[in-house]
Design a protein around this ligand. Structure first.
Ligand code: ZN
Length: 214
């Protein structure tokens, strides 16, 4: 594949960062068994998105496992196939102005996404850790995390994700039922922080509910 001069160093740095995130998230139990996928913008116009190749162990990624795709999910750089869930990443990049998108399959997000799917989402409020979400400055914030039914039809799921984002433009993450979390940020650091904060909140909320505390 031809390289675009000047973008190679940036591409390599982003690929290394995505590999680091894979190792960390695997160690923390958020992306077991080749689950999850990660992306980050290399450039915005035209879009070049670095994204993990499909079906790989996220705890053992190498920079060569990171592809670059365009806005139509065509591979511009690297060998392999982008994840089946790439269309969801592209919706978030376009509609939520995401510079990075991280998708995880944790135990707590899986359990909560099933428990609250009939309500269409999960409300989390009162926790100090909510302030780790961008634009949130008080524990009195009420975070609504929309939940979509899981599907292998990613075209339909992309349309649903788009309408949920239009309805809840201030949300920081979306759950897929019995599947996992999608969150994002302006850059990889912000998206990584959102995973860490939301996973903390999911575990706190799930343990509280299991203990039947008010
Ligand atoms: Zn997934």
């Amino acid at each position: 594949m031809p390289e675009i001069p000047g973008e190679t160093a940036e591409s390599d740095a982003i690929a290394r960062r995505l590999c680091d995130i894979g190792r960390e998230f695997y160690a923390r139990g958020w992306v077991f068994g080749t689950s999850g996928n990660f992306s980050a913008k290399v450039s915005g116009d035209p879009l070049r998105l670095a994204i993990t190749s499909s079906g790989l162990d996220k705890g053992a990624l190498n920079p060569g496992d990171i592809l670059e795709i365009d806005s139509e999910a065509q591979v511009l750089r690297g060998e392999g196939l982008p994840s089946a869930e790439t269309s969801l990443h592209l919706v978030l990049v376009r509609q939520a102005a995401a510079g990075a998108v991280l998708h995880t399959h944790s135990i707590w997000s899986t359990l909560l996404s099933d428990r609250f799917a009939p309500d269409g989402g999960l409300a989390i409020e009162g926790y100090e850790m909510l302030k780790g979400l961008s634009r949130v400055s008080t524990h009195e914030h009420r975070e609504w995390v929309p939940i979509l039914e899981n599907s292998q039809d990613y075209v339909a799921l992309s349309t649903e994700l788009s309408s949920v984002l239009a309805k809840h433009p201030d949300c920081h993450g979306v759950l897929l039922r019995k599947h996992g979390l999608y969150t994002w940020g302006g850059d990889l650091a912000e998206a990584r922080r959102h995973v860490e904060i939301l996973e903390f909140l999911f575990e706190a909320e799930a343990r509280r509910q299991l203990a039947n505390q008010p």
